[in-house]
Ligand binder design. Structure first.
Ligand code: ZN
Length: 187
């Protein structure tokens, strides 16, 4: 298994050449404002849909699903893992903002497949002098990881609508969503 060693991250050429983008992006936003056409969209997602996805920069969730602005909640983190904070967002999404369907999207070539969780914790705890109080949620198989996430949703007492939950692995090489079959233990 490949591993991101600390030195690799700190001394890569990309880091040496780093310059922040925010000022340039604010210029882009000025152009966006002049073309803004989303006035009057409802706070409640039109499709009553919430998508939980990995933060990966190659995935544009709206684009890959043909969603329009205002259609769905998009909840993202490293891996698209169902964490306590994702449950918090889904509870708000379902109970206050009327969503009833959940799509989970993990993907091939995920950063979380490239770390060894135990080693990562040990290095981090040694460096900062404090053990992380959260799980990194590293995994080997994105399909199995989607099953884990579906299982967590199905077992959560806080998720009201469980009748329309489906999970997918996005192939970063061709853009296709491959559906993950449910774990028979959870159906
Ligand atoms: Zn990822």
């Amino acid at each position: 298994m490949a591993h991101f060693g600390q030195n690799e991250l700190v001394t890569s050429d990309e880091d040496k050449q780093f310059s922040p983008s925010t000022d340039e992006l604010l210029g882009n936003n000025e152009n966006f404002v002049t073309q803004f056409a989303d006035h009057g969209l409802s706070l409640k997602p039109k499709r009553q849909l919430a998508v939980v996805a990995c933060m990966d920069s190659r995935m544009d969730i709206f684009q890959m699903l043909g969603l329009a602005h205002g259609d769905a909640h998009i909840i993202r983190n490293a891996g698209g893992v169902v964490t306590d904070d994702v449950v918090r967002s889904l509870v708000l999404s379902q109970r206050l903002l009327n969503t009833q369907e959940i799509i989970l999207i993990h993907h091939t070539d995920c950063g979380l497949q490239k770390v060894e969780e135990t080693k990562f914790y040990a290095e981090l705890a040694y460096e900062v002098g404090m053990k992380p109080w959260w799980a990194l949620e590293a995994f080997d198989d994105p399909y199995e990881d989607v099953r884990q996430s579906i299982g967590r949703l199905l077992h959560s007492p806080f998720i009201t609508y469980k009748g329309h939950i489906r999970g997918f692995v996005y192939d970063v090489n061709n853009g296709r969503l491959n559906e993950v079959s449910a774990d028979p233990r959870h159906v």
